[in-house]
Write a protein that binds this ligand. Structure first.
Ligand code: ADP
Ligand code: MG
Ligand code: ZN
Length: 644
């Protein structure tokens, strides 16, 4: 446990700092210190070249003669260097003494002559005190410098870890992960949960599976749209598995330097092997796992090397017994196919947007720590939020709580929930516009949508229409409560799609009907976009046009650089023209239909617009009631009227 904590701490510290800069700084300093050391070490005084003393032209015999002639004031013998320092009588006081090289240890003639002529003679102690002192002081200095250097290096390794541990994995290692997330906190994705729970059993009781000859899967890939709880699920596994847990994000492998990512992968697996059985979690694996050999202008060497290393490690010659890799991504389409083959990520677990039951479960989880008024029904919220991800639901409940606090209420009421849903889906409410032509136009536009929502046979019922502006340039909106069965199953019918296009064009139709062709606004740009997309998909993907029941484009509409670039268009120019024609036909027909309905109900529309201008929001129920007084509502709408 202790050791684990230490590693965790190291991991944390390692994560700080930008190494490329730091490392060059470190090497710079190291060189400087080393140079200093060298110069100090290389120059003991006895070996010093270019002595400060003046070397003289005086020879030994000349010196003896000079002594005998009485010209010498003082002789100092340095036995270590084997020289005599000579000071002449006629020499200026501040000049350096002359040096004379001696013969050997004893210089009887010199000493004899000096004694006879009363020359000051001195012999320096032969114990080489200078060198010893030099060694002591300089050795000490060198030692201190060395220590400083070592400490410096140690500190940099510890604090940033970058100078010495380039390739070390940045994985957070946890013996018994304390993520604070339990399986109970994950709702609405039961199958994924069960699958991962099974993975834990693999690790804890492998005998049970190996006994019957089953091979334990190596990897589990969690696939699903953002915010559906993939990371959350992994955190829950970490908390509940009771085995060591390594977690790392795919982007942390990717570095500027080629080879660093690969060595990180190696290091991660090395650590994992030491701690088996254990779990490795790689979040957002698409950052490393992208298809190789893609990208315009050559592949990304670094990423490819990292991926290759990952593939190799996952195969593991010795077999990574007891290591299970869990990875998460929301872009399985871009992953390298080698990564997805059995033997690596044997299992793919789909984590989908929650269904009604799932949403209810998620709402229950996130309502636990919030004060909700008794009048709040989570069932109603769940019904109203098809297509919401877990993250969006959590965010919405939190917004509601914030609104409640701002309004100084005791508990969250349905009003706050309503506002929070609007806020999450369409943005913040702004103050209503003053009466103006613009406001009138917006009202007609929105009532146009709302009227079609109410009158079309296959449309989902109107929830509300409002002209209270929202942030993000939204002047108002008409909102449907979608049939959740259809949304959840994704089985949209052709007539539903056509009605949807007609509804989207209702705003523009109303503008044109009331204000004339010249006055239509750009406010419908969003609607027009929806129409274009839906109509095109009907033709090219769902086979719902005269071109016949086959897909002309793959589901992945984004161009994935390098892979789809060249092979994107799978049909001839001629077919492309036909597609455009079909798309146009759909849009034009739907527009004509919406113009017709609006024209036939002009009076009713005027009445509804007046009402909307007055009260700014009309609830679906009230709207249906008024429309019902003028015409008969379609069956679906009558049912909606009965239910609500
Ligand atoms: P992703 O799938 O993108 O990794 P996350 O796991 O990060 O999504 O989810 C973000 C947040 O949304 C979570 O922290 C949690 O609060 C909430 N959430 C998402 N899905 C669920 C779920 N199934 N149950 C409970 N909360 C969820
Ligand atoms: Mg995530
Ligand atoms: Zn519109």
């Amino acid at each position: 446990m202790k050791q684990a904590e230490g590693k965790v701490l190291m991991g944390k510290l390692e994560r700080r700092g930008k190494h490329p800069l730091k490392s060059s700084l470190v090497t710079g300093t190291v060189t400087a210190v080393w140079l200093m050391l060298q110069t100090t070490l290389a120059t003991p005084p006895s070996m010093a070249q270019g002595s400060p003393r003046e070397s003289s032209g005086l020879t030994y015999s000349a010196l003896v003669q000079k002594i005998q002639a009485g010209e010498v004031a003082r002789v100092e013998i340095d036995p270590v260097r084997g020289v005599a320092e000579v000071r002449l009588k006629n020499q200026p006081k501040d000049s350096a003494p002359q040096e004379v090289v001696l013969f050997g240890d004893s210089n009887p003639e010199l000493i004899d002559a000096a004694r006879k002529n009363n020359v000051d003679l001195e012999v320096q102690p032969s114990t080489d005190g200078g060198t010893v002192a030099w060694l002591i002081t300089h050795g000490l200095l060198a030692f201190v410098l060395l220590m400083v250097l070592l400490m410096f290096l140690r500190r940099t390794t510890n604090s940033s870890g970058q100078a010495m541990s380039f390739g070390k994995s940045k994985a957070r290692f946890q013996m018994e992960a304390k993520t604070g997330v339990l399986f109970d906190d994950v709702a609405g994705i039961e199958e994924a949960k069960e699958e991962l729970q099974e993975v834990v059993t693999f690790l804890k009781k492998p005998e049970r599976f190996t006994a019957v000859g089953a091979k334990i899967p190596k990897g589990v890939l969690l696939v699903g749209p953002p915010g559906t709880g993939k990371t959350l699920l992994a955190k829950a596994i970490a908390g509940e598995a009771g085995v060591p847990f390594f977690s790392i994000s795919g982007s942390e492998f990717v570095e500027m330097f080629v080879g660093v990512g690969a060595s990180r992968v190696r290091d991660l697996f090395k650590k994992a092997k030491e701690n088996a059985p254990c779990i490795i979690f790689i979040d957002e694996i698409d950052a490393v796992g992208r298809q190789r050999g893609t990208g315009i202008g050559g592949g990304n060497d670094e990423r490819e090397q990292t991926l290759n290393q990952l593939l190799t490690e996952m195969d593991g010659f010795e077999g990574n017994a007891g290591i299970i890799i869990i990875a998460a991504t929301n872009r399985p389409d871009v992953l390298d196919s080698a990564l997805l083959r059995p033997g690596r990520f044997d299992r793919q677990v789909q984590v989908d947007l929650p269904s009604y039951k799932g949403r209810l479960g998620i709402l229950e989880v996130h309502a636990r720590n919030k004060k909700l008024d008794a009048s709040v029904s989570l069932e109603t919220i769940a019904r109203r939020t098809p297509g919401f991800s877990g993250a969006e639901l959590a965010n919405m409940l939190n917004e509601a709580a914030i609104l409640t606090a701002r309004r100084r209420k005791e508990a969250v009421t349905p009003l706050e929930i309503d506002d929070a849903i609007d806020r999450v889906t369409t943005g913040m409410t702004l103050t209503p516009l003053l009466d103006s032509k613009k406001k009138r136009l917006i009202a007609y536009h929105e009532v146009g949508h709302a009227l079609l929502m109410t009158l079309l046979k296959n449309s989902d019922p109107l929830n509300k229409v409002t002209i209270i502006p929202r942030s993000g340039g939204i002047g108002g909106f008409a909102q449907q409560s979608f049939n959740e069965e259809m949304i959840d199953s994704g089985l949209y019918t052709r007539s539903w799609l056509l009605d949807r296009i007609t509804i989207a064009l209702g705003g523009r139709a109303a503008e044109e009907e009331v204000f004339g062709d010249a006055e239509i606004t750009v406010g419908a740009s969003n609607d027009i976009q929806v129409v274009a997309n839906l109509a095109r998909e009907m033709v090219t993907r769902y086979g719902m046009s005269d071109l016949g029941p086959f897909a002309l484009e793959s589901g992945n509409s984004e161009v994935f650089l390098g892979r789809d670039w060249m092979s994107r268009v799978e049909y001839s120019e001629e077919v492309a023209t036909q597609i455009d024609q079909q798309v146009r036909t759909i849009a034009v027909r739907c527009y004509a239909e919406s113009r017709r309905i609006i024209r036939e109900n002009r009076e009713l529309m005027d009445q509804l617009v007046d009402m909307l201008l007055e009260q700014e929001t009309i609830e679906g129920e009230q709207f249906r009631q008024i429309v019902g007084q003028h015409t008969t509502l379609p069956e679906k709408q009558l049912m909606a009227a009965k239910v609500s």
